[in-house]
Design a protein around this ligand. Structure first.
Ligand code: FES
Ligand code: FES
Length: 138
């Protein structure tokens, strides 16, 4: 068992921020052509020192364990980030303490990155009016 798999297992024992956010300001959804998995992320913004920052984030994933572990890490890491800061985080950075994503699992991290980017892009659209369903380019 690799270090990465251990950390994924640990994270899955107690995943953070899982589930739909009823009062979200924004939502992003992305599907992976590599495995058919799908991930959705909700964001709630607040204002800090005159800047719009992420107050909290939540996610729902259908299928993949690695994507759930990355999304758990990412939704914790996103708290307090500005839109600019959040939009610059890549799949590896979003994986946080999980460590280096194995080559076969990179697309799982990219699923989280894609859902986040869609949610950030949608942040000026009322949640009720946005029904994003984008597919990641493979
Ligand atoms: Fe099953 Fe990704 S869809 S592992
Ligand atoms: Fe496809 Fe993880 S195997 S998202």
């Amino acid at each position: 068992m690799s270090d990465f798999e251990d950390k994924v297992r640990e994270t899955l024992a107690n995943p953070q921020n899982q589930g739909e956010m009823q009062d979200a300001d924004s939502v992003g959804t992305v599907g992976s052509p590599d495995c058919g998995d799908m991930l959705r992320m909700w964001l709630k913004f607040t204002e800090k020192d005159g800047k719009k920052v992420i107050d909290r984030a939540s996610f729902q994933s259908f299928g993949c364990q690695t994507a759930i572990a990355v999304a758990s890490m990412a939704t914790e890491m996103l708290k307090g980030k500005t839109i600019d800061e959040a939009s610059q985080l890549n799949a590896q950075e979003l994986s946080g303490d999980l460590g280096a994503l194995p080559p076969m699992k990179i697309h799982c991290g990219q699923l989280v990155e894609g859902a986040l980017k869609n949610a950030l892009d949608a942040n000026d659209t009322p949640v009720s009016e946005s029904e994003p369903s984008t597919t990641l380019a493979s």
